[in-house]
Ligand binder design. Structure first.
Ligand SMILES: C[S@@+](CC[C@H](N)C(=O)[O-])C[C@H]1O[C@@H](n2cnc3c(N)ncnc32)[C@H](O)[C@@H]1O
Length: 305
């Protein structure tokens, strides 16, 4: 199997044994950048599996190339936002270690909402960690460090393993590209390590809806479709939008935007005329059926009326 995985092709949640072909424990790195930390860790711990998550397509391509040059079987990476990856892909109680090396600190107050390591994510991470699983974080930003310590204290799910909550020295540690950069600039580096002490009370798993791949639209017509093109449908945390409809012979290609929490996608649906002069909506088998898709499908079904 490939090193760089397309998250759309994976089971949700993933079956680690199917992904790695073994029952070894799984560690995760969020924000793998050029992939060197995953390589180093896997070389040091061939008895573990490593799963990398990064939302940058450039990082994904670069890391994939670099990891492919090595001969290590235990590393797999995906290109996906981390919170989305955790609530869609990662099975509950399955990760032994979660590493974050220099997560973006978003230093401006108005950008704090973009910080990954807030209390919600710490709860999600606890739900995906094994009992006594650990989070290990490196940062150069003392304000982000303190923010993380406050968030950890607020959720009561993680035990800080260092006095003061952090340390400047970490044994058995590998310096990443960013760590070298900040050290060369004379910056102080802070390491934090937390051990899971409890499970959160609720599940954060993103719900998958049962939506068939073929849906009949008996009274469909082009003017009805045109009416909803460009319309945004917002319900709870989900947003869907029909961006563009293109007519091709006896079918319409629908380019749609789907957003559920931090999972943001574009997809292509088809409305096709069948030989009985009726229309049907075709949804790709592999499209993950979230609430935003359900809302859009309901809107298209309502065109029948
Ligand atoms: C500052 S770089 C650090 C890269 C590498 N860990 C290192 O230490 O050299 C942050 C990395 O995290 C990724 N990243 C930031 N926020 C993310 C998120 N919410 N989900 C997934 N990846 C994220 C970025 O694309 C980038 O590759």
């Amino acid at each position: 199997m490939d090193i760089g995985l397309n998250w759309r092709d994976l089971d949700k949640p993933v079956d680690w044994e199917k992904v790695y072909g073994n029952k070894n424990s799984v560690d995760c790195e969020i924000g793998y950048g050029n992939g060197e930390f995953l390589i180093k860790k896997s070389q040091l711990h061939p008895e573990r599996n490593f799963f990398g998550i990064d939302y940058s397509i450039e990082s994904f391509r670069r890391a994939k190339k670099t990891i492919e040059k090595t001969d290590i079987p235990g590393v797999k990476i995906v290109c996906l936002e981390a919170k989305a990856a955790f609530i869609v892909l990662i099975p509950e109680k399955s990760l032994s270690h979660i590493y974050l090396n220099f997560p973006d600190p978003w230093p401006k107050k108005k950008h704090y909402k973009n910080r990954l390591l807030d209390r919600e994510f710490l709860k999600i991470a606890a739900s995906c960690s094994t009992n006594k699983g650990k989070i290990i974080i490196a940062t150069d930003d003392p304000f982000y460090r303190d923010f993380i310590l406050e968030e950890v204290a607020a959720v009561h799910l993680w035990e800080p393993l260092f006095r003061k909550g952090w340390t400047n020295e970490l044994s058995d540690h590998f310096s990443t590209k960013y760590e070298k950069k900040w050290r060369n600039e004379g910056k102080e580096i802070f390491y934090m390590m937390f051990q899971k002490k409890a499970d959160p009370e609720i599940s954060f798993r993103m719900r998958e809806y049962k939506i068939p791949s073929k849906i009949h639209l008996p009274n469909f017509s082009e003017p009805k479709l045109e009416r909803i093109c460009g319309e945004t449908i917002c319900k709870q945390d989900s947003v869907s939008k029909l961006l563009k409809c293109t007519k091709q012979k006896n079918e319409y290609i629908l380019n749609v935007f789907l957003k559920d929490d931090t999972l943001i996608r574009k997809a292509e649906l088809t409305i096709s005329e069948n030989d009985k002069d009726t229309w049907e909506l075709l949804i790709p088998e592999k499209l993950f059926r979230t609430r935003s898709l359900k809302n859009l499908v309901n809107k298209l079904k309502a065109l029948d009326k």
